[in-house]
Design a protein around this ligand. Structure first.
Ligand code: HEC
Length: 316
């Protein structure tokens, strides 16, 4: 190729690069306030409000407005011992999932039994409700259905929360929101495939597993282990805490980001967490100057990491 053509090519490239740089650097600095808002613009901002589902202040993205999963070993109204059950507690005002609002979406059989035996049609989200998953039969077929324990057994949401106590309560729903918000799905799938994949990651999901879930978070591009059944292969709370605080504590070459900020400002005792001090001690450890890494702080019961841990450990 002649040198002249090379020069033309290089100039054209320079013009294209310069042009795109101009757009990138100059355009965003055009003063937005020099443009007057229209009536449509005013109507939109006043009717939508600040919260648009994508800002961190959105109660949804903070994991608020979600049910709690309580493991019960005693009947909350009679206090009699019983076989452990999981109760799904909806405090007043917490929106119900689609299966309760639109029972038909539960599918053949499950709809009928949930309505007739489970009395889910009587649930009222302004008064709060407690749901259980039960095994039953419909036209000779075994299935699982929803029981509205507030109607069938008189269990009140607050009785169940008290009977379970914080130790037996899991913030699974709020944790799922953390999983979505933090973008865990960029690297992790919740979808073992029908290949030899499942031999390590566990059974692939079935179609009905997604009935009523929104949003699903099965991910698309796996850069890290599938997590659909992670709680079955690793249920260690200590390992998970270390791994979330700084994955390099347990996997020296991990590319996973640290999620220490999900701890918030205070630990379980209400003491301020000294992140700078912790990192300085960790750097000493990583440099081989100390033998053991610093301890990971305990977490407060209403911290975002608690939500996330409850969700991850619920993936059985
Ligand atoms: C940049 C990619 C990336 C992101 C984002 C990411 N991870 Fe990971 N994660 C990894 C990799 C790689 C591993 C395997 C190495 C290791 O254990 O650190 C892993 C491992 C894990 C494990 C252990 C899996 C097992 O098989 O035992 C869990 C649990 C986990 N991640 C949860 C999460 C959660 C929850 C989030 C979001 C808050 C998240 N990860 C975000 C890359 C990522």
């Amino acid at each position: 190729m002649a040198f002249r053509e090379y020069k033309i090519g290089a100039r054209l490239f320079g013009v294209a690069l310069g042009g795109s740089m101009l757009i990138t650097l100059y355009m965003p600095t055009v003063d937005m306030t020099s443009v007057a808002v229209t009536e449509t613009g005013l109507t939109k901002q006043l009717s939508y409000g600040r919260i648009g589902g994508f800002s961190y202040e959105d109660p949804f993205l903070r994991g608020e407005g979600k049910p709690k999963t309580v493991t019960l070993t005693k009947d909350p109204s009679t206090n009699a011992d019983m076989e452990a059950v999981q109760a799904f507690v909806y405090e007043p005002g917490i929106p119900f999932p689609s299966g309760i609002n639109h029972p038909r979406t539960l599918g053949p059989g499950v709809t009928e039994v949930s309505l007739d035996k489970g009395r889910i049609g009587e649930a009222d989200d302004t008064a709060g409700a407690v749901f259980l998953i039960r095994r039953g039969t419909h036209q000779g077929e075994t299935l699982h259905y929803i029981e509205n324990a507030t109607a069938t057994r008189g269990w009140k949401y607050d009785q169940v929360l008290n009977a379970g106590g914080d130790a037996n309560t899991a913030y699974v729903g709020s944790g799922k929101i953390m999983f979505v918000r933090e973008g865990c799905w960029w690297c992790h799938t919740l979808l073992p495939e029908q290949t030899q994949d499942w031999q390590y990651f566990g059974i692939p999901p079935r179609l009905g597993d997604y009935n009523g879930e929104s949003p699903t978070a099965f991910g698309s591009d796996r850069k890290a282990p599938d997590l659909l059944h992670v709680g079955s292969r690793n249920s260690s709370k200590e390992w998970m805490m270390m791994h979330f605080f700084n994955p390099r504590l347990v996997q020296p070459h991990s590319i996973m980001p640290r999620y220490d900020y999900l701890w918030g400002d205070k630990d379980a005792e209400g003491k301020a967490i000294d992140f700078d001090g912790w990192r300085a001690a960790y750097n000493d450890y990583a440099a081989g100057e100390t033998l053991t890494p610093p301890d990971v702080p305990s977490y407060a019961s209403n911290s975002e990491i608690r939500y996330l841990m409850d969700f991850i450990l619920s993936l059985k």
